[in-house]
Design a protein around this ligand. Sequence first.
Ligand code: IPE
Ligand code: IPE
Ligand code: MG
Length: 263
Amino acid sequence: MYNRIARLWRQKEPQGQSGADLEKLLAKIDWNRMPRHIAIIMDGNGRWANSRGLPRFFGHKAGVESLRDIVRACSEFNVQFLTVYAFSTENWKRPQDEVNVLMDLLVEYLYKEIDELCQEGVKVNPIGKLNELPPGVIEALRMAVERSKINKGLVLNLALNYGGRTEIIEAVRAIALKVNSGSLSVDQIDVNTVSQHLYTSGQPDPDLLIRPSGDFRVSNFLLWQLAYTEFWHTTVLWPDFRRIHLINAIVEYQSRERRFGGL
Ligand code: IPE
Ligand code: IPE
Ligand code: MG
């Protein structure tokens, strides 16, 4: 596994210090203990732009490059699920111009990247209250889902108009409807029932949550699913985040002891 990836990267990033650093770090990965599911809060775009005296828009645009690199890296690492927080149910509070920019960038990303995503076997799976998104976004998502639905590689959960609380409310409502109709009894409701009614139904919970940009909070992300997830934190801003940071996160994750409440 290491040899295959090192070769792949040498072809893509042939020279330079960063290539050497990357390889050293890559050698530290335990390929038998890879996280199956990685979740990322893609935060810090605005601060990245501000620190350069640029409008926030430039930060969001630069952040798309990070997403490209991380999706590719996860795919090359045979990670099974990657969930990225792209737009929260609270992000509508931002100025309309900024919301428009974020939506436009998403549409552009999907149309530009879909061929390459398909070549890599990535399956695009949007999660969130999708029907509230602008029609152009819904259309682009439909296209990406349709084109990538037979892919067997990395599942890319794009969290859009996503809120952990909204997700739980929707699950509770769906469960209540089943109880109402008599197809489910109240005592049958358990952890699995709730998990099966979330957007991530059928997927393992995230093993690793990455939050760049220095803030220590979950910001309404995957509230149920993160119950036993390992958190990894960095002050690197999302537009500067690359696979080298991802590998650091994975290596540290592999040094943690996960107890799940046991001994
Ligand atoms: C993340 O960057 C992008 C979205 C929330 C959509 P921010 O825009 O939150 O950047 P900061 O946190 O203001 O730096
Ligand atoms: C979380 O970042 C949402 C996304 C990255 C899409 P925010 O920037 O919206 O979160 P807060 O406001 O810092 O909690
Ligand atoms: Mg932010």
